[in-house]
Design a protein around this ligand. Sequence first.
Ligand code: KIV
Length: 257
Amino acid sequence: MPITISQLLAWKSEGRAIAALTATEYATAKIMDKAGIDLILVGDSLGMVALGYKNTLPLTLNEIIHHTKAVGRGISNALLVVDLPFLTYQISYEQAIASAGRVLKETDAQAVKIEGGYPDLVKTIEKLTARGIPVMGHIGLTPQSVHQTGYRRQGNEPSGAEKIFMQAKDIAEAGAFAIVLEHIPSQLAQEISQTIAIPTIGIGAGSGCDGQILVTHDLLGLSEWQPAFVKKYADLQTVITDAVSSYCKDVRDRSFP
Ligand code: KIV
């Protein structure tokens, strides 16, 4: 049965944890969907892991739509959410509606995710949800602000923690259906999860969230570098290196074909 947004909300009240991962293309999305993942995010991390950009900022709306179309073709059950790239929603409410509208019209995605919790972005969430566009929030470490914050954990000081807590409440009240909490103290993530009515999806935010998400390239050991909070469930870099070297050797010594 395809997973819906109301299913995620029901799971929060039942205490059933939500398992989410990112995807960038058809083949792995299909495998992940069959393996039982609940939610697939075409995150703007695709700019780094699939397109080789230095950070998430250069990614365009056309690029993420192109990849989301491929991911969508591989999915039968998981809920599909897409990141709006840097400066495709921050300029004006009209721009945010147009960008989110393109994503929903041109792909199989059911929702968009936007980063940040400042009042105008909370208002953006209100404007999008009022137009029938489901939104997932994303606060704490927000990689689109890398030039301001780096990739450091956020909310370590009481004032920073208070700000993140208030942003989570505001985003939930603005109508978001879920919120990503990235790289914040686990105690803070747990307090937010126990306070707001919508599911929290943590990444580097401890076990007290309503669900977890990781970048699939990190989980599978395909990235050159992973944050310390990542658990590597496979080492595909070694698997691929061994397979390709064996193939090269077999071709060169004519043992294949
Ligand atoms: O872009 C991304 O992959 C994300 C996840 C890390 C939550 O936003």
